[in-house]
Design a protein around this ligand. Structure first.
Ligand code: HEC
Length: 180
């Protein structure tokens, strides 16, 4: 990169790094400094330098694009895949309080055998997850920061785990509807 005054040899299959400090925003182009093969003249080396705020905005946009790709909120899931995903969400977010066996402890109510979890009206549990609950001795935190898919998955998991055998499935679209 002549403009940055840096040069780094690269070897296929090896990660190499270097650093520089770019002082002006803009597009910069590098040059291959070895006669490396028949496409030597056409190696695309492009560095786009952005101001910190613009970079943060770009990262934010890319993250949103990735999230949108990962989870189509309109996707209709089948039971096994949804429950499997829900188990991972449960382990990461719920098990510390409600315990891996769903029995809770102290003021943390059990999900195993819970009337809300087993209720045929799925909206009840969706709303507990989205809004949390002030609770008696301890509050249930709100989980609206989780995606519709993650909330649908964890509810489906709790509705079909331990002694809960409801056979019910919650789709992401049902969570999206309850958010409004
Ligand atoms: C910081 C601890 C904590 C975490 C983490 C937590 N909960 Fe809770 N949860 C509670 C407490 C406390 C209550 C009881 C509130 C009350 O008294 O009504 C509760 C209640 C509930 C209820 C209602 C149960 C009933 O029968 O009334 C459901 C459903 C529930 N939690 C699901 C979840 C799920 C799913 C997760 C993970 C996404 C989760 N909770 C994470 C503390 C937690």
């Amino acid at each position: 990169m002549p403009s940055f005054g840096v040069h780094q040899d690269a070897i296929p299959g090896f990660v190499r790094d270097t650093w520089f400090r770019a002082e002006k925003v803009g597009d910069y182009y590098g040059q291959c400094a070895k006669i490396c093969g028949k496409e030597h003249a056409y190696m695309p080396i492009h560095v786009k330098v952005l101001a910190a705020a613009d970079y943060a905005q770009w990262v934010d946009g890319e993250k949103k694009k990735m999230a949108a790709l990962a989870d189509d909120p309109g996707k209709v899931w089948e039971a096994a895949a949804l429950a499997k995903r829900g188990e991972a969400v449960y382990v990461a977010n719920c098990a510390a309080c409600h315990q891996p066996n769903g029995k809770g402890m102290g003021p943390i109510k059990p999900l195993d055998g819970s009337a809300i979890v087993q209720d045929a009206d799925k909206t009840k549990q969706i709303l507990v997850l989205l809004n949390g609950r002030a609770g008696g001795a301890a509050p249930m935190p709100a989980w609206k920061q989780l995606s519709d898919t993650d909330i649908a998955a964890v509810i489906t998991y709790t509705k079909n785990s331990w002694s809960n055998k409801t056979g019910q499935l919650v789709q992401p679209s049902e969570v999206a509807l309850a958010r409004k």
